[in-house]
Design a protein around this ligand. Sequence first.
Ligand code: SF4
Length: 93
Amino acid sequence: MTDSACRPGCAACCVAPSISSPIPGSRGRRGLPTGKGAGLPCTQLTEGGLCALFGEPERPGVCVSLKPSREMCGASRDEALAYLRALEDDTAP
Ligand code: SF4
């Protein structure tokens, strides 16, 4: 797996996976105290596909630690969504 650059506005990783940690609210956006379900856009995702919490200390640790990679991100948003959906299915309880 090789590092790659994040595609601005892609946001596949803010939609496809479930997040079990709380997601705080910010700037009029509601928080998700119990996290978010798979396939649901995060409430902190802006219209431009960016994170409203980017650079803020309350951004969830799982989001801070997730790094783009060729394997995960593929060559397009659709490829990233497909990879992340499959990963979610493979790791569902
Ligand atoms: S908090 Fe930000 S980085 Fe994390 S899922 Fe939501 S929009 Fe994406």
